[in-house]
Design a protein around this ligand. Structure first.
Ligand code: ADP
Ligand code: MG
Length: 255
């Protein structure tokens, strides 16, 4: 993908569950190459927003646009193929190696059919080698190079979370959705993950939308912050602007 990533635009998105409005006309734009943080108290609608973006939840109203492409009613695998990849918590298969996990991500992009691969045709083997090389590069980018052939079960918690990140990168996204990337990590692992996210953004030139409870991390990593409260955008701005916003202090910090 040459050139900057396309902007990701969420326009007036509303999601209702029986008797409850989880998102109420939410708009936000992730500008090309930036890190945008989505914060807010529990139940504010952050996960619902990620589910809409990745095609797991259909909005009752509104649109999601990646550049000029409308993603609103596409299936999750189509959205991923168009350049929007996300991480989940606790999805890594621990029974296999880091390389195997990353190759699962690469196979989603694979052009050679399963038959060609099974028949060990030269074209399929060449493609397999190229995918493996790219998977190794991405593992190195997130600091997993030394563990490429190690079983995931032997890795630390922090490294396992980085396998999840590398697997999303194997889809060659233009925009990366990170769902609480440092949840459960200790202070040293949190700092390391922040460095990794910064390095990934610079090396691959992608944009990041981040849901995170760790405010220190948000303040360090984000270019822009959107605050949700009861499904509505409460504030938007730079980390400094948002931190001083009186309504944010009231809703988020209980001041
Ligand atoms: P956050 O991630 O910010 O904590 P969520 O997006 O998970 O918030 O939830 C927003 C609101 O929508 C909450 O009140 C939650 O209980 C409700 N909700 C989320 N998913 C569902 C669902 N599948 N069915 C019914 N209510 C839901
Ligand atoms: Mg949530």
């Amino acid at each position: 993908h040459p050139g900057p990533p396309p902007p990701l635009r969420i326009r007036e998105v509303t999601v209702r569950f029986a008797g409850l409005t989880a998102l109420d006309g939410v708009s936000l734009t992730v500008a090309p190459g930036t890190v945008h943080a989505l914060i807010g108290p529990n139940g504010a609608g952050k996960s619902t927003c990620f589910n809409v973006l990745s095609g797991l939840c259909r909005p009752d109203a509104g649109q999601v646009l990646l550049g000029g492409t409308d993603l609103t009613r596409l299936a999750p695998h189509r959205i991923a193929a168009l350049g929007l990849a996300r991480t989940f918590q606790n999805l890594v298969t621990t029974g296999t190696t880091v390389a195997d996990n990353l190759m699962l991500g690469r196979h989603a992009l694979s052009r050679a059919g399963y038959a060609a691969t099974a028949l060990r045709l030269p074209s399929a083997l060449r493609e397999e080698r190229a995918h493996r090389e790219r998977a190794r590069e991405l593992a190195e980018l997130v600091g997993l190079g030394p563990h490429f052939d190690a079983p995931v079960a032997h890795l630390s918690y922090g490294d396992r979370k980085r396998v999840e990140l590398a697997r999303a990168l194997c889809l060659e996204p233009r925009v990366l959705l990170l769902d609480e990337p440092v949840a459960g990590m200790n202070t040293a692992e949190r700092a390391r993950t922040a460095d990794v996210v910064r390095r990934v953004r610079e090396a691959l030139g992608l944009s990041v939308l981040l849901v995170e409870h760790d405010m220190a991390l948000v303040m360090r990593l984000a270019d822009e912050v959107t605050v949700l409260d009861f499904g509505r955008p409460l504030a938007h701005g730079t980390p400094e602007e948002v931190r001083r916003h009186p309504e944010v202090l009231r809703a988020y910090l209980g001041a």
